[in-house]
Design a binder for this molecule. Structure first.
Ligand SMILES: [Zn+2]
Length: 512
């Protein structure tokens, strides 16, 4: 456990001018000979901090101002540890932190490139204190008190607790059955670090290119940004829906400075340049639903051109999205679904309580413009990836299971350029992977397609998209990435959640 216990004792006169980084005390040079400093360092030496460095004040500000602020602000060691944890996760490129209290100990894991890795273990009491501190002291939430036996949500958005580029952190905790714990209850806490790891800027084509979309994806989305009506982005949690939405909105703002952009998110995931982000006020979990729908109605009265609805979660927000589209607005939203056409059935289940014939309302050509689905797949490290055909045939199975090989051969046109994950190297932190990219499908609706959908014939709509628009589904997109040597076939299957020879039409998978 590495937390500096002396932090509270920093004399006021030295605050912000000293920083402790990895056991070395860094000081701004004007403190040289300062009596307060001499006696402070004397105390540190007795605690085992033996190394120090002076820096010209300018250099200190440039290099250590952030650490100085962090290291010496914490109320106590536990808070300090929690703040450092966020910072370490960010530096490791993690999207999430998992803290699991099993009773005798708490396991801390980071999710990097979609995969969970152990970060450290804490002793039981300390671990529970860190968990409570994250929720109670760092976070802001409806319930001020952390209760291990309840499901709770919160959010960290105070700048002083967050690494510079992290916009906010979403906090969620669940009680766990735990035989090892004295109380019988363990805790699973998940922290989602909200930041844009791509930091793409520029026009829509550049931004989408950096996120991994193909030229044809871009062309379809670009077409959709010029239409009114509802476009819905879908995919599992943590697969980049909000990131795409952010870039679409910002690119639209750049192109149309004369339009009014509003967003309703609960809570906002990213700051959106040029977009008015309406705050959803909620006190209790129960009020959340009506507060969200209220905020949408409010934004509608504010004379918007483009409306972004962070996530369609309730029937009433689905109805509001349809109303906004019907009244001639461009509406962009996200939803959880299993693929682009799967958005229809998800929306229908939300709308069923509100409309007698929900399909008629949704699949109207004034309403539904676009459907998108995406998953993130890991990109192989260029330095250490291995060409599949260079691996002797009898050893290939160690790198890629036989059944995956068979499916790949069945579906791929060319396996010359297929690469698999290597041992890992310096460049990729021994992960064998360098980043993530999307496997996506984008559909712009037309009258014929909407006609099939209204009749409940999703297969026909899907075929129409394939034939008339050369529609490439997300599994095919992933296959293209595999054949280009960008993505490992085995990891791709794992991350897509379906086999590479998955056939949407035969399985009826798009109706799930
Ligand atoms: Zn590597």
């Amino acid at each position: 456990m590495e937390f500096p216990a002396f932090l509270d004792e920093v004399p006021d006169g030295l605050r912000g001018r000293v920083a402790l980084v990895d056991g070395v005390l860094h000081m701004s040079a004007e403190l040289r000979g300062n009596l307060e400093m001499v006696s402070f360092f004397g105390r540190l030496r007795r605690r085992g901090i033996l190394t120090y460095e002076f820096h010209p004040p300018k250099d200190f500000d440039a290099k250590y101002a952030h650490d100085a602020a962090r290291s010496f602000r914490g109320e106590n060691a536990i808070q300090q540890f929690a703040i450092e944890l966020l910072s370490k996760a960010y530096e490791a490129g993690a999207s999430d932190i998992h803290l699991t209290d099993f009773g005798p100990y708490t396991l801390i894991q980071f999710r990097c490139l979609g995969m969970l890795n152990d970060h450290t273990h804490l002793e039981g009491d300390f671990g529970r204190q860190v968990i409570a501190c994250i929720y109670q002291t760092l976070g802001q939430s409806g319930d001020a008190c952390f209760s291990p036996s309840e499901r709770q949500d919160g959010r960290i958005c105070k700048r002083e607790y967050l690494p510079a580029k992290v916009h906010s952190v979403r906090v969620h905790s669940e009680p766990l059955e735990s035989a090892l714990s004295i109380s019988g209850v363990g805790i699973s806490m998940a922290l989602r670090l909200l930041y844009d790891s791509t930091s793409a800027t520029g026009n829509l084509e550049t931004r989408m290119g950096l996120l991994g979309f193909s030229k044809s994806h871009y062309e379809t989305v670009d077409f959709l940004t010029r239409r009114t009506g509802l476009t819905i982005i879908s995919g599992p949690t943590g697969h980049g829906k909000s990131t795409l939405l952010k870039h679409v909105m910002e690119a639209m703002v750049d192109r149309n400075p004369g339009k009014a952009f509003y967003s309703i998110e609960d809570p906002p995931e990213y700051p959106l340049k040029g977009v008015r982000q309406v705050i959803v006020y909620t006190k209790e979990q129960l009020e959340r639903f009506s507060a969200y729908v209220d905020a949408i109605a409010g934004a509608m009265r504010a004379d918007p051109d483009v409306l972004m609805i962070g996530e369609i979660r309730y029937g009433a927000s689905a109805v509001a999205a349809i109303d906004a589209a019907l009244t001639g607005h461009a509406v962009w939203a996200t939803i959880h679904a299993n693929n682009a056409f799967g958005i229809i059935s998800r929306m229908i289940s939300l709308l069923a309580k509100h409309f007698e014939k929900p399909l008629e309302h949704l699949c109207d050509h004034n309403v539904l413009s676009g459907l998108e689905y995406q998953r993130l797949v890991p990109v192989l490290c260029n330095e250490c990836k291995i060409r599949m055909l260079d691996i002797p045939e009898n050893e290939r199975e160690y790198f890629i299971p036989l059944d995956v090989q068979q499916r790949l051969i069945r579906r791929a046109e060319n396996i010359e350029n297929v690469y698999v994950r290597g041992e890992g190297c310096e460049r990729c932190n021994r992960r064998g992977l360098s980043s993530q990219t999307v496997a996506a499908e984008v559909v712009a609706t037309d009258q014929a397609m909407l006609g099939f959908l209204r009749a409940g014939n999703t297969e026909k709509a899907y075929e129409h998209w394939k034939i008339e628009y050369n529609g490439v589904d997300y599994v095919q997109h992933a296959l293209q990435l595999i054949q280009a040597g960008t993505v490992d076939p085995y990891l791709a299957e794992e991350r897509l959640g379906v086999p590479l020879d998955f056939n949407h039409v035969l399985s009826g998978g798009h109706r799930k």
